[in-house]
Design a protein. Structure first.
Length: 253
């Protein structure tokens, strides 16, 4: 990871996002939090369990985004494996086309598993990336920044879902209005609370055995766990699963 960090000239460390299991190989995903003029963005990299070289997640064109949304089932763990119509065309092994000068035309980019991986990772992040109340602030320039004074939630506060928020651009009318308001705003009032997620029990929140850490788990994306060490600034989360959402969660909670 250090090599990739130097190659990308990233000013901060790469962080573990998680693992997605595949039939042949598993994917390891890491990210770097990029500061912007508004909301921080995550830049993702991935590798497989048989090839540790980190690669940047590919961008998704509107066409590939639609194809990724329509693709279901388990991952194979082969990033360059064509999917859908491209898989059938690849099997035909057509002769390469030539340009007007007789040279071989560059191959058209095909929809492959790494495109689906990029889509699924972004979806999971949208739904489950979480921060505790007070961990980020909105400054006078309306930039979302880590709160330097954040020293964690108390035991009581850590056991309440209302004190955890989605780490994404706000989507609820209240949070959007708060973020657009001029001047300073109260800490995390500009983020969407996970307590508003439906169904009501889509998240489980418990204390660990030592009673020093709170643990959040998603029932919609089984395999995601978030932790917060009480009375400290330590928190984080990771996803370890198959990259498949639980569409039956409404009937299970």
């Amino acid at each position: 990871m250090l090599k990739r960090q130097r190659e990308e000239k990233l000013p901060g460390p790469l962080q573990l996002w998680g693992k997605i299991f595949g039939e042949v190989n598993d994917y390891i995903v890491v990210f770097y939090l990029v500061a912007t003029t508004s909301f921080p963005q995550r830049q993702y990299f991935y590798c497989t369990t048989t090839n540790p070289t980190l690669k940047a997640m590919p961008p998704l064109s509107p066409e590939f985004l639609d194809k990724a949304k329509a693709t279901e089932g388990r991952f194979s763990g082969e990033p360059d494996r064509p999917l859908g119509e491209e898989a059938a065309a690849d099997e035909e092994e057509e002769a390469p086309e030539e340009d007007e000068e007789g040279g071989e035309k560059p191959k058209k980019e095909v929809f492959a598993e790494h495109h689906r991986l990029a889509y699924v990772v972004s979806r999971i992040d949208h739904d489950v990336a979480v921060v505790p109340r007070g961990a980020f602030v909105l400054d006078a320039l309306h930039r979302v920044l880590p709160a330097r004074s954040f020293d964690g939630l108390s035991y009581e506060a850590a056991g309440m879902k209302r004190n955890y928020f989605h780490f994404r651009m706000p989507e609820s009318p209240k949070a959007i209005a708060t973020m657009a308001k001029e001047g300073l705003v109260r800490s995390t009032d500009f983020l969407d609370p996970i307590a508003a997620d439906k169904p009501d029990e889509i998240w489980s929140l418990v204390y660990d055995e030592s009673k020093t850490m709170a643990l959040l788990q998603s029932h919609y994306w089984p395999g995601y766990t978030f932790y917060h060490e009480m009375d400290s600034g330590n928190y984080g989360g990771a996803y370890i699963g198959y990259g498949i959402e639980n569409k039956d969660v409404a009937f299970m909670v």
